[in-house]
Design a binder for this molecule. Structure first.
Ligand SMILES: NC(=O)c1ccc[n+]([C@@H]2O[C@H](COP(=O)([O-])OP(=O)(O)OC[C@H]3O[C@@H](n4cnc5c(N)ncnc54)[C@H](OP(=O)(O)O)[C@@H]3O)[C@@H](O)[C@H]2O)c1
Length: 357
């Protein structure tokens, strides 16, 4: 395994792999070995023989500022971050892409994933950017090279959504989905419904470490739009970009107005909804919705998030995530790595005729 980006999620993943090492070996015959790591600021490294998670953890990289014992330095002579070169050349079966999300361009993560797949490496990522901006291209490249591209942790941390659809919903068509996918917005709405001002509620979320310094990305629906794009592209074979998702009457002022107009017995949520239009296209939107008390999604509180899939086999399936975070995200990465180690395929659900003439 090679780590391209090792911040909050990367460190949680290494710790989880170390904690589960004996169990992975006993139950699956799998023992992950880390053969490379690259971040922006810490020195990069490669170790062709690899090291166990416990040894990588003990080395303190990347916080230590030095490469792990026994590894060779990897870097560009001019000090630039050579992510794509690392992805293509590091001696790894699986490249784990965990660099920050750029919701507008999906870069540099998309370039990293493309380079890894083109070099015949399997890829696991928690980064929504490549799936929101280039899923079809990357899926085609993965198929052509016969490798997996897995991304369970891109939506609702490690909550099984894509793995559920791939492994547990065979021969199923997803006709739509809905859910409060942005935990910060719904935390803020819950606090405002309890009497806090929007400014106080945002400050509460920031103090709890769950909101960005700039809360507009959450409250204005951009985070939800990127997630909706990933879900629609993967589960419904759409070809959306985040800007194609309608963002309707969002933000702090709209939240105040909608709460003031909320019918009795209802709960306000920032909701993502997607459906297939009569012409076959997929439409997705983010808006504030008043949910009646018989709606299972009305009862989520605090940081809880959920998704409801509308399927032709199982009707509506609802999955709720309690408070998520890096530990859950790391679990999704581990689940993807294990699926690859066990020889399971890429989550490209619809097998289309043009791919099998
Ligand atoms: N945190 C979560 O619970 C969560 C949940 C779901 C999805 N995700 C996604 O998972 C990914 C990682 O999240 P995170 O919270 O771990 O982020 P993070 O703490 O900011 O870590 C990002 C890592 O990427 C490195 N990096 C930045 N630019 C790079 C570049 N150009 N080339 C190589 N490495 C680079 C950083 O290095 P420096 O530290 O040296 O800058 C750092 O090691 C993101 O895409 C995020 O959206 C996170």
């Amino acid at each position: 395994l090679a780590l391209l980006g090792c911040g909050t999620v990367g460190r949680a993943f290494v710790a989880l792999a170390a904690a589960k090492d004996a169990e992975l070996r006993a139950r699956y015959g799998v023992r992950p070995r880390f053969t490379g790591g690259l971040t922006r600021a810490a020195p990069g490294w490669i170790a062709p023989d690899g090291m166990a998670a416990i040894d990588l953890l003990a080395s303190g990289w990347p916080a230590s500022g030095t490469i792990p014992p026994g590894a060779n330095a990897f870097g560009a002579a001019d000090g630039s971050v050579a992510g794509a070169r690392f992805a293509a050349t590091c001696p790894a079966d699986v490249v784990i892409e965990l660099t920050p999300l750029d919701p507008l361009t999906g870069e540099p993560a998309t370039g990293h994933v493309r380079a890894a797949l083109a070099a015949g490496r399997q890829v696991v990522t928690a980064n929504k950017g490549p799936i929101a901006h280039a899923y079809r291209e990357l899926r085609a490249l993965a198929r052509e090279r016969g490798v997996a591209l897995r991304f369970e942790s891109t939506v609702l941390d490690g909550t099984p959504i894509f793995n559920l659809a791939e492994f547990s919903l065979p021969a199923t068509r997803v006709d739509g989905f809905r859910g409060p996918l942005n935990s910060t917005s719904n935390f803020v709405l819950g606090a405002m419904a309890g009497g806090r001002s929007s400014e106080e509620a945002v400050a509460d979320a920031q103090a709890a470490g769950i909101a960005e310094a700039n809360p507009a990305y959450d409250l204005d629906g951009w985070d939800a739009s990127v997630k909706a794009t990933v879900l629609a592209n993967v589960l419904m074979d759409a070809d959306l970009r985040p800007a194609d998702v309608a963002r309707v009457e969002l933000g702090a002022a709209a939240m105040r107005a909608a709460l003031a107009a909320l019918p009795p017995g209802h709960t306000l949520k920032q909701m993502v909804e997607a459906h297939r239009a009569p012409d076959g296209s997929v439409r997705a939107e983010v808006r504030l919705k008043a949910l009646a008390s018989d709606d299972p999604l009305a009862h989520l509180t605090g940081m809880e998030t959920a998704i409801q899939l509308r399927t032709d086999t199982m009707g509506d399936l609802t999955i709720i995530e309690g408070a998520g975070g890096p530990g859950q995200t790391a679990f999704g990465v581990l689940a993807d790595v294990l699926a690859i180690a066990r020889g399971l395929g890429a989550p490209d659900l619809p097998i289309r005729e043009e791919d099998h003439p």
